[in-house]
Design a protein around this ligand. Structure first.
Ligand SMILES: *Cc1c(COP(=O)(O)O)cnc(C)c1O
Length: 447
């Protein structure tokens, strides 16, 4: 029997108290003690707790070197510098990601070249990379978007064949596995954001991993002047003492102390989130119009902490119902549904027009030859441009509480079953979908 949609005055599907179902990170007395220890010990700008944090995380991930940053944006920038990216180089990045995966190349005088994304994963599409590789191309930034591991077999093969490096941006996918191997262990370097909204959250911080001593020391030289005593390479030694380029990327030890506790708790939290999210997806398996975005079962590929989880939307299976109208009805039921994901970066004027540093032409081409034309760098990326009408963000459960999860699934099922009733008032209006930064918007919805 069909129930009346809450949008039309019916009872809400999600009626129970949600408690701390969406509260993140989970702050325990252990965290409080660790943070107080830093404050009382007068060690806020020290390094020793940060070094403990790096060592522990590197051990957990299985990488040789870890370098902690005050945020993930700086970890990406430091990683690109460490890989040797400089003026006139090109770096390929996906158009659908948080801006910090791509924008820091400007600081190094390099040019970002955007590639399209795979509609099944929203990660960079291996098939759209090779024709963009030129003699200038030095690296590919691979983002494991919204927890979904990118197609690393294909990407590693392309990188090896063209001798370009890979910087993994793992800011959405802490702990995720690609065919049994953890993300962040594939590229020459891997950067992670650890800010409050991410699945491994320590406040504001980032971290860079590599197995290559030269990459590690170049990152030290660039942004960690207080640690230049660690520099051993003869070619870098003469420049130690001052940060190359004038950057200071040190992590705050309050975050390091918080992070040390978080590293202990995360594996268990991740397992619970994985179980909760898979339960939600299982409940909605086979329902018309919506498809969970999660790795196929049995491949030993996982989403880690399921940061920013999405489903695909297939309007044709729901009589052409617009995603905006669908989401409005879900939200009226008391659940969470945010149409779209990040907006496509390649369309933003930062990458098509803006002269950030006063070079007299768009920064995108500022360090290329005088004959370079911005038009050559303005891509058409059909999947990236269209995907906001085809995906939506679902609730990100932090606990396996089946009764609550089932209410949210019931909200989705109810709206799908009653979609006919929504078609009448559907203006089809595709109001602004998606944003450049999801965190502050999502925060509001999940509180
Ligand atoms: C959050 C994020 C970053 C930047 O991290 P901050 O800690 O916010 O500076 C970089 N890349 C991606 C994909 C992100 O989501």
């Amino acid at each position: 029997m069909k129930k009346k949609l809450a949008l039309f005055g019916g009872d809400k599907a999600v009626g129970s108290e949600q408690g701390d179902m969406f509260t993140w990170p989970i702050v325990t007395p252990r965290h409080e003690q660790a943070v107080l220890g830093v404050l009382r010990g007068g060690r806020m700008s020290g390094l020793e707790i940060t070094r403990d944090f790096e060592k522990k995380y590197a051990r957990m991930l299985g990488r040789k070197y870890a370098l902690a940053y005050h945020n993930g944006t700086a970890a990406v920038l430091g990683g690109l510098y460490a890989l040797g990216i400089g003026a006139g180089d090109e770096v390929i990045a996906p158009s659908r990601t948080y801006w910090a995966s791509a924008a820091p190349v400007y600081t190094l005088g390099a040019t970002v070249v955007f590639a399209d994304v795979d509609p099944e994963t929203i990660c960079i599409a291996p098939g759209d990379i090779e024709h963009r590789i030129t003699p200038r191309t030095k690296a590919i930034v691979v983002v494991h978007y919204a927890g979904m591991p990118a197609d690393m077999d294909a990407l590693m093969e392309i990188a090896a064949r063209h001798k370009v490096k890979i910087l993994e941006d793992c800011s959405h996918a802490h702990g995720a596995l690609y065919k049994g191997k953890e993300v962040g262990t594939f590229g020459e370097a891997a950067a992670f954001s650890l800010m409050t909204g991410k699945s491994l959250a320590v406040g504001e911080a980032g971290i860079l991993f590599t197995d290559d001593r030269e990459i590690y020391e170049r990152a030290l030289l660039f942004g960690h002047y207080a640690r230049h005593d660690e520099i051993t390479l003869e070619e870098l030694k003469p420049f130690a003492g001052l940060p190359s380029g004038g950057f200071k990327h040190r992590m705050h030890q309050v975050s390091s102390a918080f992070g040390l506790v978080q590293l202990d708790l995360y594996p268990q939290q991740m397992a619970e989130i994985d179980s909760a999210m898979n339960h939600f997806c299982d409940l909605l398996e086979g329902i018309a119009g919506i498809r969970a975005m999660r790795p196929a079962k049995g491949a030993n590929t996982t989403k880690g902490g399921w940061y920013y989880p999405h489903f695909k939307y297939v309007a044709e299976e729901l009589g052409g119902l617009s995603l905006m109208r669908f989401a409005e009805a879900i939200r009226a039921e008391g659940s969470i549904c945010n149409p779209g994901c990040n907006k496509p970066l390649h369309c933003h004027p930062l990458f098509t027009k803006l002269d950030v540093y006063g070079h007299g032409r768009p920064t995108r081409i500022a360090h290329l030859g005088a004959s370079a034309k911005i038009e050559r760098y303005v891509e058409r990326l059909p999947v990236a441009e269209g995907i906001n009408g085809c995906v939506f963000e679902v609730p990100w459960f932090k606990h396996r509480r089946p009764a609550i999860i089932e209410e949210h699934a019931a909200a989705y099922r109810k709206v799908v079953e009653n979609h006919q009733a929504l078609l009448a008032g559907d203006t089809g209006a595709d109001a602004e979908i998606g944003g450049y930064s999801s965190f502050f918007k999502a925060r509001k919805d999940t509180r």
